[in-house]
Design a protein around this ligand. Structure first.
Ligand code: F0G
Length: 439
């Protein structure tokens, strides 16, 4: 990659605007019309897909820092960096794809694969996007970064800010973030601000703050986050020998991933790296489903959900910032949106555990959604499907223990422990224990 003459620009996604700006500017939305921004490239030097695939593969044998990262190994597809030595990396990406036979039969599919983004350095897919956004922050000379978060973005940002020697400010909804996630931000040295409000309040406040104070905003509104998250798809396609599946299923919250996946697929197809486009299926929790409502209404404006509710706290979001890019992703991929109940998420999570994989609640929305979509015939039993598990099982251990011990509730509503594997209490006596366990 010739760093010095990067073709990258920021470009407004609004068709009647399309104004472009230098990537040296600190912009989150288009100054001309307020639209969302893409990082846009001239990809003309990449006209030989076979050559690109060979380069990506070859790098898996390399020990160079930028080749060890499962994000930067694909740097020709996100060529905005002017100096590879400025990259801030924790060797992110490189996440496995697993066959999941129990989950497949639960959804009545012939087979199912999970790409487990929870096996990233801080335990979620956010690391793919944080390495690129913090690298851009460093390119701009930012001394401080900030985000609003339901827990994973903040954990990831805190870690990458620490690596880059930047101050990190995280704004989280008070009392609504899983402990493990909070502990990460604290341990990595970020300033943690618990807002008396929900995620959408935190997002609004940090957006305003970033316009006035000298902090660089690292939510997925920041287009450089999405450039890194594109590599979830790029790596997935490489793992599938560039043979695109019929469906890619993911949970939707703030809709950064949906937006990034759409852009990745569009670009891979444009460049001839994949021959056809998979369809995206975005799954939301019933109590926090503004994107589903928009999809079903066939309208053109998203109506926020004022008081979003779900035990899958990662996706407890009523006003997703990237909904326009997410709609574009659906347009490009003939994508769909579905919802699932709290009960369905909880049961699906337990089934993913039975496959020996495990994930956090938001990620399990994928299997719950697949079960519904297969039952309705939208997804065929023999279709090839890859679902993305976005966060690690250990991110929300409280939820897991509560489910298996019959204590999981949302407000007044009890969630049934359909697949409970509860622990048992025994006297400290071996023969008694053997009797009880029949071993
Ligand atoms: N899954 C997990 C585990 C998440 O943490 C998130 C988002 C999502 C799914 C939804 O992804 O926002 O791209 O649609 N978490 C953000 C956060 C909001 O602050 O950690 P999305």
């Amino acid at each position: 990659m010739n760093a010095q003459n990067t073709s990258a620009t920021l470009r407004c996604i609004e068709v009647e605007c399309r104004t472009s700006f230098s990537i040296d500017q600190r912009l989150y939305v288009c100054p001309a019309c307020g639209g969302l921004l893409d990082v846009d490239y001239d990809f003309r030097s990449l006209e030989n897909p076979g050559e690109s695939k060979a380069v990506f593969k070859q790098r898996r044998m390399s020990d160079a820092a930028c080749d060890l990262s499962g994000v930067w190994r694909f740097r020709e597809l996100l060529p905005f960096v002017t100096d590879v030595s400025s990259i801030v990396s924790l060797v992110e990406g490189n996440t496995p794809i697993y066959d999941a036979p129990h989950s497949a039969s639960y959804a009545k599919l012939e087979s199912l694969r999970f790409k487990h983004q929870g096996l990233n350095p801080t335990g979620s897919f956010k690391d793919n996007g944080m390495t690129t956004a913090v690298t851009h922050a460093r390119m701009l000379g930012a001394g401080a970064v900030a985000c609003a978060s339901t827990g994973n973005t903040s954990a990831s940002m805190a870690a990458y800010a620490a690596r880059a020697g930047m101050r990190g400010f995280v704004f989280v909804p008070a009392g609504q973030v899983a402990h493990a996630k909070l502990s990460q931000s604290i341990e990595y040295g970020a300033s943690v601000v618990e807002i008396e409000g929900n995620f959408d309040d935190a997002m609004r406040i940090v957006r305003d703050l970033a316009l006035e104070a000298d902090v660089y905003l690292l939510n997925s509104l920041n287009p450089f986050r999405l450039e890194g998250q594109k590599t979830i798809i790029i790596e997935m396609m490489e793992q599938l020998a560039w043979d695109a599946p019929d469906w890619i299923v993911l949970p939707g919250g703030n809709l950064g991933n949906t937006s990034a996946f759409g852009k990745a697929l569009y670009e891979l197809h444009l460049l001839g790296l994949i021959a056809r486009l998979p369809r995206l299926a975005v799954i939301q929790a019933e109590g926090a489903a503004p994107f589903y409502d928009l999809f079903m209404s066939e309208g053109s404006t998203l109506t926020p959900v004022a008081d979003p509710r779900t035990l899958a706290t990662a996706i407890r979001i009523g006003s997703p910032v990237s909904w326009k890019k997410a709609m574009r992703a659906l347009d490009w991929t003939r994508g769909i949106v579905a919802t699932v109940s709290e009960q369905e998420i909880a049961d699906a999570k337990a089934i993913i555990g039975v496959d020996g994989i495990g994930c956090e609640p938001a990620s399990a929305a994928t299997l719950a959604g697949l079960k519904r979509l297969a039952a309705s015939g939208t997804i065929g039993a023999t279709d090839s499907v890859v679902a993305v598990l976005t966060g690690n099982l250990m991110k929300d251990s409280g939820y897991t223990v509560d489910y298996h011990s019959g204590r999981l509730t949302l407000g007044e509503r009890k969630i049934e422990s359909t697949y409970a594997n509860s622990s048992i209490r025994v006297p400290a006596d071996q023969s008694e224990i053997r009797k009880i366990l029949k071993i």
